[in-house]
Write a protein that binds this ligand. Structure first.
Ligand code: ATP
Length: 377
């Protein structure tokens, strides 16, 4: 977003006017088919079951499916009646559409341009499961990219490539992620083309993120419901029209799960099985850990503290650890994916060099303190 001149960011409300969700179609159609076991009373999503008749837990008979709306309801205002019913947003996208005019009026952007937002979304999932794959509260990153309808194929292809470039920056390849071009009969009512990017999770191939061509459906719906003109005036041609939109929609939690799954590695080191996270440097939450060889030698601790402070100024994601022996500290850092460990020992006091240990190979080398940051970054 920050690197592009054609993108704008915003932070919309989580609880918006409920008419937003009426206009978008969520109140009427944001549903999943729910079935209930007549014996054990457990509930399931019918479209996730292979056998639609039999309970997968106890074998009991399943009810006929009924549509269950996934939006969380709440009450706004002091009086508890249906006029105060509101919803927690089930996606961030609609917050972008209803703020479209704010962006147009304040920045006067020229088409094509995009609006992006990151934030919480809430869905009352019937069966939350698979760790953070499906939760009721999750984080989305969505972009709505607006353009003139005749250009849609060009923009769709360019965003498809952008999504791949993002995935590759996270360390994924075509081996782990594949495209599912959603067949016409399964498309959402507002979409003319949708690609699901699927990841090989340990529990099977499932949607990691989606990309949809939503036409002018959302802006047109909000225009109808609100009576406010959301069309765009092309200053050069004097044409006035409702822009069309492509939406890359990322689930942050699913991305994190995919990253953790992909990074999880077991190998053998020092005759033992070692478990570590092979996270790319950019994704590692801790980039470097600094240790004194022994924590009961004040001169070593003082020197190591100095090295740590020096590194932390330039690499804030540095961590101090003096617990347990060095071997245990290495393993702990391996498990959270720290790419480098720095050990300050008695030689450091003499020659200002430290041991720099590489997570993946386990190799250790002597490096001058003054060269540390450039070696790590
Ligand atoms: P699914 O079919 O798995 O329920 P969806 O097609 O309904 O997902 P979208 O509405 O396209 O999902 O939402 C966009 C993205 O938000 C998804 O690709 C996913 O990464 C994320 N997402 C959706 N629902 C959840 C959830 N319950 N928990 C975590 N992430 C979610």
């Amino acid at each position: 977003m920050d690197n592009r001149d054609d993108m704008y960011g915003l932070d919309a409300a989580i609880i918006m006017n409920p008419r937003v969700w009426q206009a978008s179609g969520h109140v009427d159609t944001f549903t999943d088919p729910l079935v209930e076991c007549e014996k054990c009373k457990r509930r399931f999503r019918a479209d996730h079951l292979e056998d639609k008749e039999k309970c997968p837990e106890c074998g009991g008979k399943l009810s006929a499916p009924r549509q269950f709306n996934m939006m969380f309801k709440t009450q706004v205002g002091a009086v508890e009646d249906s006029s105060g019913t509101a919803y927690l947003r089930p996606e961030t996208a609609q917050g972008i559409f209803v703020n479209f005019k704010n962006i147009i009026d304040s920045f006067h952007p020229k088409l094509p341009f995009g609006i992006g937002q990151i934030g919480k979304a809430f869905r009352n999932e019937i069966t939350p499961r698979d760790f953070i794959f499906r939760t009721r509260e999750f984080e989305q990153m969505e972009i709505e990219y607006f353009f003139k309808s005749s250009d849609w194929e060009k923009h769709f292809e360019s965003w498809r490539l952008e999504v791949w470039s993002f995935l590759k920056d996270l360390g994924f390849t075509e081996r782990e992620v594949s495209e599912l071009h959603v067949p016409a009969e399964d498309l959402a009512h507002y979409s003319k083309k949708t690609i699901d990017f699927e990841f090989n999770f340990p529990f099977g191939k499932s949607e990691l993120l989606g990309m949809a061509y939503r036409t002018d459906y959302d802006l047109s719906q909000h225009m109808k419901e609100s009576g406010i003109d959301l069309s765009y005036l092309d200053e050069e041609t004097k044409e006035k029209f409702v822009p069309h939109v492509i939406e890359p929609s990322f689930g942050v939690d699913r991305l994190v799960l995919a990253i953790l799954t992909h990074a999880y590695t077991e190998d053998e080191m020092g005759g033992e099985v070692r478990t570590y996270l092979k996270l790319p440097y950019v994704l590692a939450p801790v980039k470097v850990a600094v240790f004194p060889l022994l924590k009961n030698k004040p001169e070593l601790v003082e020197k190591a503290r100095g090295v740590y402070s020096q590194i932390k100024v330039q690499i804030p994601q540095a961590m101090w650890d003096d617990n347990g022996n060095i071997g245990k500290r290495y393993r702990r850092q391996d498990e959270i994916g720290t790419p480098f460990c720095v050990t300050v020992d008695f030689d450091t006091l003499e020659d200002d060099t430290v041991t720099l240990r590489d997570r993946d190979s386990g190799t250790q080398e002597r490096v001058k303190i003054s060269d540390l940051v450039s070696r790590i970054k």
